[in-house]
Design a protein around this ligand. Sequence first.
Ligand SMILES: [Zn+2]
Ligand SMILES: [Zn+2]
Length: 258
Amino acid sequence: MLIDTHCHLTYEGLEERQVDVVQHAASAGVNRMISIGTHPADHPRVLETIAAFGQVFAALGIHPHHAAEVAENFADELQWAIGTSPKVLAVGECGLDYHGNSASPEVQKKVFLRQIELAEQLQLPLILHVRDAHDDALEIMKHHSQVPFVVHCFTGTPDQCARWMELHAYIGFTGVITYKNAPDVRAACRLVPEDRLLIETDSPYLSPQAVRKIKPNEPAFVAHVARQVAAERGWTLEQTGAITSANAARLFGSALAQ
Ligand SMILES: [Zn+2]
Ligand SMILES: [Zn+2]
């Protein structure tokens, strides 16, 4: 069994054909997935999705791209939405993204910190989105090391990966690991401890190399990520599925593995 630990079934390209997407995933051996809600208007749609599909779980948060859009008391809405279903397994994705110009670092940090506090309060794991901001994100998480968390869609260097390992982070690998121009990501994959490695699609984005022309990406294609991880680690595909699914269940809860 494979688990896609990070997808966006409510995003354009997937939301219109969720039934097909979930069925396609099942026929590829992907029997569980976590659909991530990234802003207040997205949260109700994610909650509808997990109510409709037994195989789909959720995480809800405010993506750093949306950090400047939320109200001062956004965490109240977020806490309420999380509390509406036991299938919401985590807070996030949240974090820091200095790649675009979506929100200032100050605003991003404030919204990020509030979500870390919420995860601590609710005793839920955190899903981190970190892009071009590893130093700041590491500095913040150093002070919150009791919260279990994953750095999703890891695209940093092996050195940055090693620094996350000091904080016992889980690391999520996407289709990026299959791209020719990503030797650093494959090197990072080889150094993550066996019990900290997760696989994901981040669909509808980042179609793996073998299906790169097929857009949107979808959870079924996490099998391509698993195949690349297997090659890097010298594991069989079965081992890769068993190891990464056990890791996902340890981080997000045993409901995922049933
Ligand atoms: Zn992300
Ligand atoms: Zn995402």
